[in-house]
Write a new protein. Structure first.
Length: 286
């Protein structure tokens, strides 16, 4: 005998199931970010998997393995190669900051008279130097170890999840579509293909833009002798995700560095060099 649920009971059960779903999702919300990152990585690498499958006799799993391990090798090798450069530029930046703070402390050694009141700006400099140059985590070994361990664990979750998304995405996609009523599964597949085409075009465009902007600005800044060219150039590419505002903010930093440090080899005054940096940005970004 088949029992027919009343409409009220179905509404009640659906509401209860929805509340339970959101409660479980809230409890495991910390997992969402690494899984989204892993899915995005797999999504960006999937065209390479399809390209390798079309130009070889490899299965999807074999092609996904090749692309995944090449990408993982680059992910490890590139930061390993660039880290010494970043650390070197960071040391130079900290030394320059200390030099600037020393100059400011010398300038504000005497109180500034404003309306009959003496303002001692020089007393602010030691606290500012401590804030900028001191890393509190260096004095907390356990805290540093905890952060490093958590970061390493999430990195492994992202890497493993990205691998399984790349290898088994087609199976997972068909399982998800199979949850839909049979009469609507064909529409779901067509809608998925349309959405995928739009998003892949957008993501490929954004990644291409980031690479072009980052590489071009890094090379140009290095060519004209701008200090910290690598860091500023890569930040310009990264911040190109925020249209107009992102690259402009990083270029403001480049202009400030040019105004303070000047060029490494161009025979220009700091002011003229800062104007040159701003002009190059205006030309390149357009």
């Amino acid at each position: 005998m088949k029992t027919q649920w009343s409409r009220e009971f179905r509404y009640f059960f659906a509401t209860l199931a929805l509340i339970l779903f959101f409660w479980v999702a809230w409890q495991v919300r910390v997992m969402f970010t690494p899984l989204i990152v892993a899915a995005l990585i797999a999504y960006l690498l999937s065209p390479l998997v399809h390209l390798l499958m079309r130009h070889s006799r490899l299965s999807r799993k074999a092609a996904a393995n090749v692309v995944f391990f090449i990408a993982l090798t680059l992910l490890i090798a590139v930061p390993a190669a660039l880290t010494p450069i970043f650390l070197s530029e960071l040391d130079t930046l900290m030394a320059d900051l200390n030099a600037v703070l020393n100059q400011l402390q010398e300038v504000f050694k005497k109180p500034v008279e404003i309306g009959g009141f003496g303002l001692y700006f020089g007393q602010i400099i030691p606290g500012l130097r401590q804030t900028l140059t001191q890393n509190p985590m260096m004095h907390d070994a356990l805290g540093t170890l905890e952060i490093a361990s958590r970061g390493g664990a999430w990195f492994l979750v992202i890497v493993i999840s990205a691998y399984y998304f790349m290898v088994d995405w087609e199976t997972l996609r068909e399982w998800l579509i199979g949850l839909i009523a049979p009469d609507y599964q064909q529409d779901a597949r067509r809608l998925y293909k349309q959405i995928r085409a739009v998003w892949m075009s957008y993501l490929r465009g954004q990644v291409t833009l980031m690479l072009i902007v980052g590489v071009v600005f890094t090379l140009i800044w290095a060519a004209i002798g701008l200090p910290y060219a690598l860091v500023i150039g890569l930040l310009t590419g990264l911040f190109s995700l925020v249209p107009d505002v992102g690259p402009l903010a990083v270029t403001a930093l480049a202009v400030l560095v040019a105004l303070i440090q000047g060029s490494g080899w161009l025979p220009l005054s700091n002011l003229a060099f800062a104007v040159l940096v701003a002009g190059i940005y205006a030309v390149l970004i357009n």
